[in-house]
Design a protein. Structure first.
Length: 148
């Protein structure tokens, strides 16, 4: 159990590095993906990672797990932003705009803007959200937002 946890931490670190640097995760094949190549590079200095990558056990490298890890990271970032707003200001505004993308999906852009105690403005883009239609009734109902 401890070994799996340590390995999962290394996977999270690799995904966090690639995400922060804006480096694509996937490649032409799964074995050629930047994510797998980074794990292999780290395995050269870390025999634990090497052992795990060469084992027959679950490697936690499939796309579903990667996406779930990114969702958890995104949620933590949003929680940190909300905490900053609560402790430094308490006042914020929501900036949103609806549009139809190139595939004819209706989406909502969502940003938060707030001013801290030293009157410095902060603005955070939180994401694009698929919405069933662009009517005002849909946009203001919080349950209508579906993560893109």
């Amino acid at each position: 159990m401890k070994g799996r946890r340590q390995y999962l931490i290394k996977i999270i670190e690799c995904l966090q590095f690639l995400g922060r640097q804006g480096i694509p995760i996937q490649g032409n094949t799964e074995d050629q993906s930047n994510f797998i190549q980074l794990l292999k590079l780290r395995a050269q200095d870390n025999p634990f990672i090497s052992k795990w990558l060469n084992s027959k056990e679950e490697k936690y490298t499939n796309h579903d797990i990667q996406n779930e890890i990114f969702e958890i990271m995104a949620h933590n970032v949003i929680c940190d932003i909300v905490q900053d707003i609560r402790t430094q200001s308490g006042f914020y505004s929501i900036i949103s705009d609806e549009y139809t993308d190139i595939t004819n999906k209706e989406q909502l852009t969502f940003c938060l803007r707030w001013v801290d105690k030293s009157l410095e403005a902060h603005e955070y883009f939180l994401g694009f959200y698929n919405i069933p239609n662009i009517s005002s009734e849909t946009i203001v109902v919080k349950d209508a937002l579906v993560r893109h």
